[in-house]
Design a protein around this ligand. Structure first.
Ligand code: NZQ
Ligand code: ZN
Length: 390
């Protein structure tokens, strides 16, 4: 463990199949006017909405609803939410949904009282709010496990006009004050969304794991989480209402991206950068954009970190080392990852997400190139990875 860091996470977690019963208490420390934010209506069909309204009523809150947050929330929707929050002078935003709804709530939280172009300031220029600027506090009720948004400062917004999908990681002041994690709330997820969330979780861990070559506690934590995700995924795809598996998947997703396992490390995140660029072009499901490019990406960078990939194969996928070379073991680890992607039903390629050959250059141009991984990609390498992922 070589890095210096300060670790703090202010989000209070209420976990379990009775977690929602804590909502009244959780809301009590905040103001009266609550903006209830949710997506396209799944919470009305699965009964979660009724639980939330009951809690808001019991807590004596005045509720302003803002629904219709789409997967991969857009700048236009952000502008709408800011208007509603400001006109109603809301004291608190309660986001009920998956990563899109929670990311969106954070975006409104920092943007509502800013008079300029929030997209340009927070996402394009990656600025932080200044001390003293008004930020509306956010709470979350999670209905889809995967992004980790419930316990982090991330907020990913899409701008269709400029074909950009950008994530901004805000500080503690924007992170949810609390998050209600009831695994039963995820039972109604369509199979495809559950699988997308599972792969998103795995990808978050791999993005942090595939970097550095020191002996780091963070990597051992990452390996444990990956083993748990793989084991629970195999149960959940066959038996989606298996509470044990779904609760493990929910908790693993939270820990995969609440900053703990990245502490003291450089990090990669290139699968996400490529995935986000694909998302900007196709609006495809986030987790599927990652699964679609992962095999080609990891085969590409494997040669720069054979020891780490060999360790991944042995520790995470339990592939016997026998007398294999690091290269062989590393390659078998990626085979295992690719087989698992197929087994759970995640996308193995990007053609099914709407990507066509003529888009590859543009997607590569829209990919933000980061330098924390084992190799810094150039434009042509990204095109090559995309082509192999078709
Ligand atoms: O809108 P509703 O009707 O609620 O339906 C949603 C949506 O269609 C549905 N859904 C969610 N919970 C459900 C349910 N359907 C039935 N039952 C339930 N219990 O699932 C669909 C997808 O939801 P969404 O919130 O879009 O999915 P996810 O949680 O994967 O969030 C994706 C967004 O998060 C960003 C992604 O880029 C994308 O914009 N990310 C956020 C991160 C962060 N904050 O740190 C990191 C991630 O890497 C990611 O980039
Ligand atoms: Zn992700």
């Amino acid at each position: 463990m070589l890095g210096n860091f300060i670790y703090s996470n202010p989000t209070k977690i209420y976990f379990g199949d009775e977690a929602h019963k804590n909502l009244v208490e959780a809301l009590s420390g905040f103001g009266k006017k609550v903006m209830l934010t949710y997506g396209g209506g799944s919470i009305k069909r699965n009964g979660v909405y009724d639980d939330i309204i009951a809690a808001l009523t019991a807590a004596g809150k005045e509720v302003v609803e803002l629904s219709g947050v789409m997967p991969n929330p857009t700048v236009d929707k952000l502008i709408e939410g800011c208007k509603v929050a400001r006109e109603n002078n809301v004291d608190f935003i309660l986001a009920v949904g998956g990563g899109s709804t929670i990311d969106y709530a954070k975006a409104v939280s920092v943007s509502a009282w800013y008079d300029g172009d929030a997209w340009e300031r927070f996402w394009v220029k990656q600025e932080d709010p200044k001390p003293g600027e008004r930020i509306i506090p956010v709470g979350a009720v999670l209905t889809m496990a995967g992004t980790g948004s419930e316990m982090n400062g991330g907020s990913v917004i899409t701008n269709h006009a400029t074909k950009m999908k950008i994530g901004k990681v805000f500080g503690e002041e924007v992170m949810p004050k609390f998050a209600v994690l009831n695994p039963r709330y995820t039972f109604s997820l369509p199979h495809r969304q559950m699988v997308a969330g599972i792969f998103d979780t795995m990808s978050h861990i791999m993005e942090q794991y595939f970097s550095g070559d020191d002996d780091s506690t963070s990597d051992y934590l990452a390996e444990g989480l990956m083993r748990s995700v793989i084991a629970s995924s195999r149960v959940a795809v066959k038996d989606p209402e298996n509470y044990e598996a779904r609760s493990n998947l929910m908790w693993s997703a939270t820990w995969a991206l609440n900053t703990l396992i990245g502490e003291g490390k450089s990090q990669d995140w290139m699968v996400h950068m490529i995935g986000q660029a694909i998302g900007a072009y196709t609006d495809a499901t986030h987790g599927m954009t990652l699964s679609g490019v992962s095999e080609a990406y990891y085969r590409h960078i494997m040669k720069y970190a054979l020891k780490r990939f060999a360790r991944f194969a042995h520790v995470v996928w339990e592939i016997p080392t026998e007398s294999k070379s690091d290269e062989q073991l590393a390659s078998e680890g990626i085979d295992a990852l690719a087989a698992w992607i197929k087994d759970i039903g995640a996308a193995s390629e990007i053609t099914s997400l709407g990507v066509t050959e003529d888009m590859l250059d543009g997607i590569a141009d829209a990919t933000i190139i980061l330098t924390g991984g084992y190799e810094t990609l150039n434009h042509d390498e990204i095109v090559e990875i995309l082509r192999k992922s078709l």
